[in-house]
Design a protein around this ligand. Sequence first.
Ligand code: SF4
Length: 46
Amino acid sequence: MSLEANQMVQSEDMESPECILCGTCVDNCPQAAIAFRFHCEMRLAS
Ligand code: SF4
């Protein structure tokens, strides 16, 4: 697997079903342009 991280950053779309969240791109980005952020969305049944 090889994702085009540069292209993904340029297009501001970092979501990919192939991303395994290894963090290599975050650790190695020379501009610190990439960060992980997790969010949990809860929905209440109505
Ligand atoms: S977290 Fe890992 S698999 Fe996902 S885009 Fe970055 S380097 Fe690629």
